[in-house]
Design a protein around this ligand. Structure first.
Ligand code: HEC
Ligand code: HEC
Ligand code: HEC
Ligand code: HEC
Ligand code: HEC
Ligand code: HEC
Ligand code: HEC
Ligand code: HEC
Ligand code: HEC
Ligand code: HEC
Length: 325
């Protein structure tokens, strides 16, 4: 195996550009069959680093851009790439888009010797690939995208976000080679997010579920998956601001405030789902009794005995605040 790699390295002294130096410590590993892997991981990574360093330095782009690629990656190929033309990235008229730069190679790196058919026992020189199965590290995959998207509105918080720091890639969510990017569709987004956030898949089966995944709104109505400075990547600074964006009637201020409502809706409600009605965290009256023990002592007419077996809400109907509580 080492021999094969060395062969490849010697053949290709003219590859990629310097941004790419650190790309893909193990670009080759996917193309290599298990029996061939005899050398240590460190050896392999070292060799590939050498390869990439040289490849990047020389930035050997194809003369004919996308046309070169499409000779092989056309609709008859099992690696059909024509889908890129149904997305903004494939349009020539988009300012600062890939097709105003090196076209396909803006994202996949310089072609180098990739178009050369490998001899028997050798592997085709790889291109940069994306997604969960790519041997290229997420960090390096993302850096391709961030080249252009670093300054976008809201994307400056990507670095350090829960997703970035847990090795989630841009293409863990986004698909580029097709017109409809599921994660940006209100109905389909649910599937993308819950492919990792399994516990949110259970929401559907609960008694009260905020109608998540039904196209009314999406996870990204409350969260910015690119990160925010707020807790849990919420778009709004607080939970209450998150909720009252839509439930404006609960925003107040009211003549009589109910302290916990003004403080945090999530003291009583689970934002995603609950087996109690109205997304309540607990059944009544236990929910109230968490905070109100021994109430009614000072209430005239001894309401105390009258409440037994009655719902607190029978009498305290403006639980979110109102003219009276
Ligand atoms: C001569 C034919 C040919 C040309 C030209 C060609 N490729 Fe490929 N490419 C292939 C084949 C065949 C594969 C399948 C993998 C292999 O053989 O290792 C492949 C694989 C790929 C992959 C990896 C796909 C995967 O899912 O692993 C990418 C990305 C890629 N090519 C991009 C490009 C780009 C970008 C260009 C133009 C700059 C290009 N190719 C030009 C034949 C070609
Ligand atoms: C050469 C610069 C460039 C690179 C590299 C790039 N993008 Fe873009 N991207 C753009 C531009 C320009 C647009 C705006 C397209 C439009 O207006 O339709 C865009 C649009 C988008 C959109 C919005 C959807 C759309 O199609 O309009 C998403 C999502 C996106 N890019 C994700 C990515 C991801 C993920 C990567 C990395 C795999 C990436 N981009 C790499 C320039 C780039
Ligand atoms: C966890 C999933 C997820 C990840 C990871 C992710 N995105 Fe997004 N992205 C989304 C969603 C959802 C939207 C739509 C947002 C909306 O509708 O408000 C979006 C929208 C976009 C857009 C469209 C323009 C905009 O700002 O609304 C661009 C560009 C984009 N993402 C680029 C990226 C880049 C670059 C990365 C990696 C650094 C990335 N995304 C990582 C989910 C993700
Ligand atoms: C904006 C960045 C970007 C551009 C431009 C781009 N690609 Fe891709 N390419 C990707 C990403 C990301 C994937 C992973 C699959 C997806 O997101 O749809 C991919 C996947 C691929 C694959 C693998 C497809 C498969 O079925 O396994 C090939 C081959 C490919 N691209 C070739 C090309 C060619 C050829 C062009 C130019 C015509 C091109 N790409 C332009 C980002 C890009
Ligand atoms: C109505 C607004 C809203 C929607 C829609 C929403 N969330 Fe949340 N999410 C929240 C709030 C508020 C918190 C903070 C909860 C807390 O601190 O009690 C949160 C917390 C989280 C957390 C971190 C804490 C935990 O429970 O693990 C994750 C992960 C999460 N949400 C994922 C999702 C996913 C995935 C979706 C879509 C299926 C989604 N959220 C839809 C409001 C929302
Ligand atoms: C590829 C897997 C993956 C996908 C897809 C994904 N996430 Fe995550 N997400 C993670 C991981 C890993 C973490 C960090 C560990 C955790 O909190 O569970 C995380 C954390 C979060 C958090 C918690 C942030 C915090 O500060 O605690 C929220 C909110 C979240 N994701 C929302 C989303 C939304 C919304 C989507 C879809 C647009 C999505 N995720 C798609 C893997 C993913
Ligand atoms: C993007 C808009 C939006 C945001 C943000 C939002 N909601 Fe909702 N909420 C709705 C819609 C629409 C419904 C009605 C659909 C339904 O009955 O589930 C609803 C229903 C509810 C219900 C009644 C559920 C039932 O079973 O009848 C409660 C309770 C609720 N939301 C609490 C919250 C809380 C707490 C937050 C903040 C964490 C919040 N909402 C944020 C849109 C939103
Ligand atoms: C002290 C506990 C508590 C807090 C805090 C609380 N709620 Fe509620 N909420 C309830 C109870 C109890 C119900 C059920 C009312 C009923 O059965 O009529 C409810 C019902 C709801 C409903 C559905 C019925 C309706 O009135 O529209 C929505 C929406 C809602 N709450 C939103 C919110 C929002 C938004 C916040 C934060 C601003 C919040 N809640 C804070 C206890 C609370
Ligand atoms: C997270 C704690 C908490 C929960 C849960 C809670 N409350 Fe309260 N409630 C308070 C606080 C704090 C006050 C204001 C302090 C005070 O006057 O005792 C208050 C005030 C009240 C008042 C008005 C007192 C006045 O003097 O005007 C009523 C009535 C009341 N709560 C009823 C309820 C009912 C009914 C529930 C269940 C749906 C409930 N509370 C759930 C914390 C809570
Ligand atoms: C039969 C009607 C009724 C029911 C049922 C009822 N209350 Fe009350 N409650 C009252 C009245 C009347 C007052 C006095 C209101 C005032 O002074 O403005 C009161 C006052 C309160 C107060 C503020 C004064 C104090 O003594 O702490 C709290 C807190 C309270 N109720 C909580 C609850 C909770 C929790 C439940 C359910 C376990 C409940 N109430 C059930 C009628 C009722």
């Amino acid at each position: 195996m080492k021999k094969i790699l060395r062969n490849i390295f010697q053949q290709h002294k003219t590859l990629f550009f310097s941004v790419w130096v650190s790309v893909a410590l193990c670009v080759f590993s996917a193309a290599v069959s298990a029996e061939l892997i005899e050398l240590s991981v460190q050896d392999l990574q070292q060799d590939i680093n050498v390869l990439l360093e040289e490849k990047f330095k020389t930035a050997n782009y194809s003369q004919r851009g996308a046309d070169t690629c499409l000779a092989c990656h056309n609709q008859y190929s099992d690696k059909d790439a024509t889908g890129i033309f149904s997305s903004g990235h494939g349009r020539v008229d988009i300012k600062d888009g890939p097709f105003q730069r090196q076209e396909c190679e803006t994202c996949h790196g310089p072609i180098g010797e990739h178009a050369t058919w490998p001899e028997e026992g050798q592997v085709r020189e790889p291109m940069v690939t994306f997604g969960e199965n790519s041997p290229v590290s997420k960090h390096n995959q993302n850096s391709v995208c961030l080249n252009c998207h670093q300054d976008d509105h809201n994307k400056t918080t990507w670095l350090g976000s829960a997703h970035q720091s847990n090795d989630v890639g841009c293409t863990s969510c986004h698909t580029l080679h097709q017109g409809d990017d599921k994660v940006r569709d209100k109905t389909d987004q649910y599937q993308v997010c819950t492919s990792c956030h399994q516990e949110r898949k259970m929401d559907k089966h609960k008694r009260s579920n905020h109608m998540l995944g039904e196209g009314l709104y999406a996870c990204s109505s409350c969260h910015n998956p690119h990160g925010t400075l707020n807790q849990n990547m919420l778009i709004q600074p607080t939970i209450n601001q998150t909720c009252t964006e839509c439930h404006t009637e609960k925003r107040g201020p009211f003549l009589n405030e109910h302290a916990p409502v003004a403080e945090d809706c999530a003291l009583c409600h689970s934002p995603h789902s609950s087996n109690e009605r109205y997304l309540l965290k607990q059944r009544m009256p236990f929910l109230c009794k968490n905070c109100h023990v021994g109430q009614h002592q000072n209430v005239a007419g001894n309401v105390g005995s009258a409440i037994n077996g009655k719902s607190c809400l029978n009498c305290h109907s403006d639980i979110h605040g109102g003219n009276q509580l």
